[in-house]
Design a protein around this ligand. Structure first.
Ligand SMILES: [Zn+2]
Length: 137
């Protein structure tokens, strides 16, 4: 695959070290080359799914220009909701943090409505929780 043709981006959560390998823009091919040793260790152990969580970019940005990735927790009126792929809807949807319930399947809020909101704000993610700077908001 030609690297220039790719537009899909990921954030990668490292379950071993409990941190994002490169917070923000992670190109999977760069990751494979830069983190080759890590990837080899993980794949030869057959533990990729347990150790690395690939969070795909949704193609949306929040009101601050922050790219919204799978696993991101939203703030404001959407507080308590996070972004997750819904197998039933076959697209990204907001889900309820505690129950993992899809908002679109529940008939409450479809992704197509969410994208029209003006005050979307990413305040954390499912791995780190609500980031400290948003805790008292
Ligand atoms: Zn759904």
């Amino acid at each position: 695959m030609n690297k220039e043709e790719r537009e899909i981006k990921f954030k990668v959560w490292d379950n071993w070290n409990k941190k994002f390998l490169n917070y923000g823009e992670v190109d999977i091919w760069d990751l494979i080359f830069q983190e080759q040793k890590l990837m080899e260790e993980i794949y030869t152990d057959g533990m990729a799914n347990e150790c690395l969580e690939f969070q795909q970019y949704t193609g949306l940005k929040d009101k601050n220009g922050v790219e919204i990735y799978e696993g991101d927790i939203m703030g404001g009126v959407l507080g308590g909701l996070y972004v997750k792929w819904c197998d039933k809807c076959k697209q990204f949807q907001l889900h309820i943090l505690n129950t993992n319930e899809c908002m679109a399947c529940g008939g409450d809020l479809h992704w197509s409505e969410f994208v029209t909101f003006d005050d979307n704000e990413v305040i954390g993610n499912i791995y780190e929780g609500v980031l400290p700077k948003y805790e008292n908001k």
